[in-house]
Design a protein around this ligand. Structure first.
Ligand SMILES: Cc1ncc(COP(=O)(O)O)c(C=O)c1O
Length: 315
């Protein structure tokens, strides 16, 4: 999956050229993974480009930073405005936005406290994360042999770069074994999350998802889907899920900014339900995409409009 350059990247309050957005190899983040970041989607809607849950994403980045004692030099409002500016100046009408706050060049010891904090916000076109047919056809996944981080080790509520070393182990193992993604268990063996997605099951008409204590990220797509279940009067249970329940569920799907809502056809080569997207997954997808693409009213105020001409379509 290559990346197509856009023109500008926002850095600490200024727009710089894509190729100028570089850091020194001895920056703290390179050796020690000291960065917090976000992944945000901007959708093409009939009314123009719109960023999905921008404020919630930026708030989560501020929260991730707080856990790591990083004092960000920009406020929530400034970060939101900067993201809109980046999309606008790059003339994107749909794209993926990546804000990242990292510990920069200075001290080379483990303590990051005297290193400068740099914030960058980039955007680029990014289509379906788990393959072009994934949203309609579903994908085949496995349960990973790697567990998610134990509580009180690396905080999973922080979307921190270091957590993605664990995600990389999960995803590499899955891909090298021919699967689209891996689902990790928590250290006690309960279902946690995918390498970059939350997990949902449908059992007898009820939607299940692991509680946040099961070492997962508090996904913003996850929260949105719980709201949509409420709207659509679909019962929800946020409870611990044993591994074997994955195989017995009528439907299983992954949620995340990159993966959006991706149905699972099989897990560990065991067919899920009828081996294709199930009706509740489809209903939630239709509702979600109708809102983010502006074909249904934005009744929860999830979209931030971006004033750009519709030109460069990413998907
Ligand atoms: C580990 C992990 N879990 C869950 C998610 C889903 O979160 P969101 O819906 O906010 O993108 C992500 C993606 O950011 C992730 O990286």
């Amino acid at each position: 999956m290559g990346i197509e350059k856009t023109e500008k990247i926002w850095h600490n309050g200024k727009l710089i050229g894509w190729d100028e957005a570089t850091i020194h190899v001895l920056s703290h983040v390179v050796s020690y993974g000291s960065a917090v970041f976000e992944g945000i989607r901007c959708y093409h809607t009939k009314q123009g480009s719109a960023v999905f849950r921008l404020r919630d994403h930026m708030q989560r980045m501020i929260h991730s930073a707080k856990i790591y004692r990083m004092e960000l030099p920009s406020s929530l409002d400034e970060l939101c405005q900067a993201a809109v500016d980046v999309v606008r100046v790059n003339k994107m009408d749909s794209c993926y936005i990546r804000p990242i706050a990292l510990r920069g060049y200075g001290d080379v010891g483990v303590s990051p406290l005297s290193n400068p904090i740099e914030i960058y916000i980039a955007c680029w076109g990014w289509g379906a994360y788990l393959g072009s047919d994934a949203i309609d056809q579903g994908v085949d996944v496995c349960v990973s042999s790697w567990a998610r981080m134990a509580p009180n080790t690396l905080p999973s509520m922080a979307k921190a770069a270091a957590n993605y070393m664990n995600s990389q182990l999960i995803r590499m193992e899955a891909v090298l074994n021919g699967y689209a993604e891996g689902i990790a268990l928590d250290p006690s063996g309960l279902v946690s999350e995918g390498s970059g997605e939350n997990v949902f099951l449908v059992v007898d008409g009820t939607v299940w998802t692991p509680p946040i204590a099961t070492c997962g990220l508090q996904g913003i797509t996850r929260a949105s889907l719980l709201t949509l279940c409420d709207d659509l009067k679909i019962p929800v249970r946020q409870e611990s899920i044993p591994r074997e329940m994955l195989y017995l569920a009528d439907e299983v799907f992954l949620s995340g900014t990159a993966a959006e809502l991706t149905p699972l056809r099989s897990i560990d080569k065991i067919q899920i339900g009828k081996g294709r997207r199930g009706p509740i997954t489809q209903q939630l997808q239709e509702e979600f995409f109708a809102i983010v693409r502006g074909t249904k009213p934005d009744r929860h105020n999830w979209l931030t409009p971006v004033p750009v001409p519709a030109t460069t379509a990413a998907r």
